[in-house]
Design a protein around this ligand. Sequence first.
Ligand SMILES: Nc1ncnc2c1ncn2[C@@H]1O[C@H](COP(=O)(O)OP(=O)(O)OP(=O)(O)O)[C@@H](O)[C@H]1O
Length: 263
Amino acid sequence: MKTVENKTLLEVKNLSMNFGGLKAVDDVNFVVKKGEIISIIGPNGAGKTTIFNLLTGIYSDFGGKIIFEGREIQGKTPQEIVMAGIARTFQNIRLFKEMRVIENVLTGTHTNTHYNFLDLIFRTRKFRKIEAEKTQKAIDILDSIGLKDKMSDYSVNLPYGDQRKLEIARAIATNAKIILLDEPAAGMNPQESEYLLDFIKSLVGRGYTILLIEHDMSVVMNISDRIYVIDHGKKIAEGLPTEIANNKQVIEAYLGKEEEDVA
Ligand SMILES: Nc1ncnc2c1ncn2[C@@H]1O[C@H](COP(=O)(O)OP(=O)(O)OP(=O)(O)O)[C@@H](O)[C@H]1O
């Protein structure tokens, strides 16, 4: 049985974001504890990806507070946020497809580079030592997720499920403490989804905390410690998977959407 430390890693207070007159995120509060797998679910257009964009510094003009490891991080740049320990993947895979697998992971390690410009130009001993360490770290990460054998392949040639894993590997390489996964099971067949599920669980076993946006309810219900439900920018429910599955307001939010889709 997995243990979750009762320590808040990430806290969001009164998070709000408007696009023109649209309240895409409307006074949302939530907490993620160290070692948890938390899912954010909700119908299309509910505001889930906007929440991820706010957490990762994509927008600077918004309301509310984002507190990570006790420090406020709202207003920081995407780079500063990665360095603080928050990394993400994207709904549409954003790999450098023309690069090899290992090169993609190495791009993640660059966020924590400690040599200077002259070290780089003159390829000093320090530079070469750090580069060798980064390469070893990238190989170790690929080994841990079962992609070591494919490290020299071009990313574009990987099967879809492996591309998703590679995106997560790149996030791990940044030394992330929490990994934000935006619809990792999108486009996967049931078998790939099942592998992914095990893989995400194994990440928690290795000390990571996971915040997940996912539409595949079998993934969400299987994997989440707790779930937050967003609809029209507002948090409408939170709780354990069983509680959410039986929550009337949540069922209505989804069914309402289905009716609109049918119409
Ligand atoms: N850059 C933007 N400019 C204007 N409106 C936006 C922008 N990004 C998102 N929106 C709008 O904000 C609302 C929330 O969008 P968001 O992408 O966060 O929803 P979502 O829950 O992630 O949806 P999905 O499940 O379909 O990915 C939607 O109405 C969307 O059209």
